[in-house]
Design a protein around this ligand. Structure first.
Ligand code: MN
Length: 705
């Protein structure tokens, strides 16, 4: 049984004393927290986190990863929460522990291949810090090593999951040593008979071959020694699972697969690799066409080495790999090796930067070599995903772009589900369709017969599939359907204003239809349903008192609709002219954005007035609320510190600056452009006055277009 004192010497070999002490402190904290808990083997529970930290220490992972390893089961298994860990060991360690706990909470059992791959991606997407994955892999590795004490059924489930999920993740990260151990342990747990048979055969073969292996090794060592090369020669053996897979997929017998002697030669530099190759080729005859230079042209996953096959005595084939210690480290430990070589260069939140660097390194290597980028692309996407992954209630995993909402999810499930969705549950909690989803959530879509896509969904559906389908549906719904939907939408917003369609005076309705060139009510309703006319705007217009004078003129666009600033997504404010309360305004009706409010004089309104039926007369409500963006240009003397003076003055009035930029006008004056949030024209005028009172300010103007 390992002890913390035994681990200590490893820690001190590469961490500074302060860091080693922090890891020790995390250990004692975990020992306390798990006090009285036992593993199934009967050992105190803390032996498990200690072993996990030991695995990571052997990879020379940083002290925060080791602390997280010590504490990784504390949240899950004891009463201590994330904030308590944060208080003791800092926010980063708490985040790591929390991330590992979240992964641990998921149980996947056996999944079909496609789903397994999605889960690998989901796991990576959930871990904002790649070290979460490395701690999780070490946790799983120790659990696999101690699988024997579990009930058979549980052991099989964990073994399956390891083969389906964790071994491929280790492979994606280039961690081959861990991957092979996962595979052998998983294989032995799932197919104990087959594993035992192959293992026995391998031992027997090893015995038979020992004499020859020693002889070849001796010859290689002597030759290289005579040439003055200080190298390490390692005899290689295939691991159980790869023998099994080869026997199965290539239908070869065990002896055919094992009929090969393999060695690896580790040297000190790239230059030595090639010189050692020369020596070896003069020792045995190389087999033509078998030499491969993966140093000059690395494999797609960044693997580097020289490979050659020789014909040994009695015609036995000898496979040789030659590489530097660093290449060996990369081939075995992948992304984890990156910590080994840079363990002192970066700290704390350099983790993602480190992962990026690793990917970047592979990428550059690939570009130099000019071969397939596929693997790298997949690693890159997995580490820094633009996608999010969610579960359906039945456990299927769906992939969507970041920022997607339940509407996108519903359409991803099935077009019919999208077309009839009314609400959703996110992790069993009722949630609005507009809520952005996150990786790892379980999303259930609630549908209702007769429900229809709503034009307002355009505000938060982001996938092409959802948008196309909504647009298609709205366009192609039958006239009858549209009229029904339009009636419902209009009635709902009339009701919010204390009225409804049947209560509207006939004459008023008729006038309105005539003013807006509708032949009948159904035409108006259809337009509402298709998103060409907003229900709440229409109902406001319908309820306005008729202005006889205005009406007599027959100019026809009716009373302006009042804007209160509380309409939410149905109303937006144009970025070109930044209207604020007090400005004369007009609206433009966009079927996907609702009403866009412009200043009356805005140039862009002129451009769109080709579509006069889309223009809406607007006014600000007396009760208007909220803050509105306004832009000022300040002409100021070119003096140091002026921007600070201006910003401080604005800040002192309690106004938030959204954007600030400067442009030199000439040697004497500079323009400072400001975007800020104001309440209305009066408020803005007050701000402008205060700015003009600054000594070096020459002019202050509001920007329009
Ligand atoms: Mn654990």
């Amino acid at each position: 049984m390992q002890t913390i004192d035994a681990l200590d010497s490893t820690l001190r070999s590469y961490l500074n004393p302060e860091q080693s002490n922090q890891v020790r402190r995390a250990y004692f904290f975990a020992e306390q927290a798990h006090y009285g808990q036992l593993r199934r083997s009967g050992e105190p529970y803390v032996t498990h986190p200690l072993a996990v930290a030991g695995i990571l220490a052997d990879m020379h992972m940083d002290h925060q990863s080791l602390m997280a390893a010590m504490l990784h089961d504390v949240i899950e298994d004891t009463g201590i929460d994330k904030s308590a860990i944060g208080g003791q060991f800092g926010a980063t360690v708490a985040e790591l522990v929390d991330g590992v706990s979240k992964l641990t909470q998921m149980e996947f059992g056996s999944l079909e291949e496609k789903q397994a791959e999605n889960f690998q991606k989901m796991a990576l997407a959930m871990a904002r810090d790649i070290r979460v994955i490395l701690v999780k892999l070490a946790d799983r590795l120790h659990n696999m090593r101690t699988l024997g004490v579990l009930r058979a059924e549980k052991a099989r489930r964990i073994a399956r999951e390891t083969l389906d999920i964790y071994a491929p993740i280790a492979m994606r990260l280039g961690m081959n040593t861990v991957r092979m151990e996962f595979e052998d342990l998983g294989f032995s747990a799932l197919y104990p008979m087959r594993a035992r048979r192959i293992d026995a055969a391998r031992r027997a073969a090893r015995g038979n071959r020992k004499e020859l292996v020693d002889k070849i090794r001796h010859q290689i060592e002597t030759t290289l020694d005579q040439e003055g090369h200080d190298v390490e020669v390692i005899g290689r053996e295939k691991h159980l699972y790869s023998i099994y897979k080869k026997m199965k997929s290539k239908r070869k017998s065990f002896s055919e697969i094992m009929d090969l002697y393999a060695f690896r030669i580790i040297v000190d530099s790239v230059d030595t690799c090639y010189r050692v190759l020369g020596c070896i080729h003069s020792l045995y005859k190389p087999v033509p066409g078998e030499f491969k230079d993966y140093i000059a042209i690395p494999k797609a996953n960044g693997y580097q080495s020289l490979h050659t096959v020789l014909m040994g005595m009695h015609g036995v084939p000898i496979e040789i790999q030659i590489r530097t210690r660093e290449m060996e480290e990369m081939a075995n430990n992948g992304i984890a090796a990156h910590w080994l070589y840079k363990s002192d260069s970066q700290t704390a939140n350099g983790s993602h930067a480190r992962a990026r660097e690793w990917v970047q390194g592979l990428l550059e290597m690939q570009q130099r070599a000019g071969n397939s980028l596929e693997f790298i692309e997949s690693v890159k996407i997995d580490l820094f995903p633009d996608e999010i992954y969610m579960f359906t209630p039945k456990g299927r995993i769906l992939e969507l772009p970041r920022g997607a909402t339940a509407v996108d999810f519903a359409y991803a499930v099935h077009t019919d589900v999208g077309n009839s969705c009314v609400a959703c549950r996110i992790n069993r909690r009722l949630a609005p369709l507009s809520e952005p989803l996150q990786s790892g959530q379980t999303v259930e879509i609630l549908t209702a017969p007769g429900a229809r896509p709503n034009p307002s969904w355009f505000n938060y559906a982001i996938t092409a599939k959802a948008r196309t389908n909504i647009r298609h549906f709205l366009k192609h719904q039958t006239r009858e359907d549209s009229i029904t939907l339009g009636r419902r939408l209009l009635d709902k917003s009339l009701m919010a204003l204390g009225s409804n369609l049947s209560e509207l005076p006939q004459q008023k309705l008729a006038d309105y239809l005539q003013q807006h060139s509708y032949a009948e009510l159904d035409d108006l309703l259809e337009d509402v349903a298709r998103g060409n006319r907003l229900p709440n705007i229409t109902s406001q217009q319908l309820l306005e008192k008729v202005d006889p004078e205005h009406d007599a003129n027959g100019t026809g666009s009716g009373q302006p609709v009042a804007i209160r600033g509380t309409e939410g997504f149905m109303v937006s404010y144009a970025k070109c002219c930044h209207p604020i309360p007090g400005d004369p305004i007009q609206g433009y009706l966009s079927s996907e954005k609702g009403v866009v409010v412009h200043r009356d004089r805005c140039k862009n309104l002129g451009d769109i007035s080709d579509n006069p039926e889309r223009l809406v007369a607007l006014r600000w409500d007396d009760q208007v609320e909220g803050e509105y963006s306004a832009e000022l240009r300040i002409e100021v003397e070119n003096r140091r510190g002026m921007i600070a003076v201006i910003a401080t003055r604005i800040h002192s009035m309690g106004v938030n600056i959204e954007k600030i930029s400067t442009k030199d006008k000439d040697y004497q004056f500079t323009y400072v452009d400001l975007e800020m949030l104001v309440e209305n024209r009066k408020h803005l005028a007050h701000i402008m006055r205060r700015l003009r009172s600054i000594e070096s300010v020459r002019r202050v103007v509001r920007v329009s277009n």
